[in-house]
Ligand binder design. Structure first.
Ligand SMILES: [Ca+2]
Length: 170
């Protein structure tokens, strides 16, 4: 399978599909389609070049960032990155490396098919940016998960490791 990239080159699509168990699928950059299949999988991306990252079934599918970049899910309309390229993702592991995540409440709601909760893992070199103002969110530290801060509006929940810088407007 081939596609034409932005510079007009023909490039091959890699398609990686996990089995029924808990798999780790490493995209490592390039125009891959990454699909975890059944089980709670880790889908690792090394750049924003991938076509699609699909956790598949299972309630603990993790998207892991394996190199340094900002994953901006709100950039959907520019066609570069956005929640339409993800499904079945319940956890985002920013994985240190200075990575950051920018998302809206709508992105949060659409990452997973089975839950409206997204958990963000990371360290103190990571940041999460979101504007939840006027959407009825409340913030609570160390509840219901110790070591994490929860943003909840009764429908959608964002759960972020306390080590991660949280630039969240409420
Ligand atoms: Ca899965």
């Amino acid at each position: 399978m081939y596609f034409i990239d932005a510079s007009g080159r023909s490039r091959r699509w890699e398609v990686l599909i996990g089995a029924q168990n808990d798999d780790t699928i490493v995209g490592g950059g390039g125009a891959a389609r990454l699909n975890g299949g059944a089980g709670s999988d880790v889908i690792a991306i090394g750049s924003l070049d991938f076509r699609r990252a699909v956790g598949g079934s299972g309630n603990g599918d993790i998207l892991r960032l394996d190199s340094s970049f900002n994953l901006d899910l709100t950039a959907n309309r520019s066609g570069k990155i956005g929640n339409s390229r993800f499904s079945g993702i319940e956890v985002i592991d920013l994985n240190g490396l200075g990575n950051s995540l920018t998302l809206s409440a709508r992105d949060l709601q659409h990452l997973s098919d089975s839950t409206n909760t997204v958990k963000v893992l990371g360290s103190n070199s990571n940041a999460v940016n979101a504007d939840f103002s006027d959407l009825g969110f409340t913030r609570s530290s160390n509840s219901p998960v110790v070591g994490f801060t929860t943003y909840n509006n009764g429908i959608i929940m964002l759960v972020v490791n306390n080590n991660v810088t949280q630039n969240i407007l409420l």
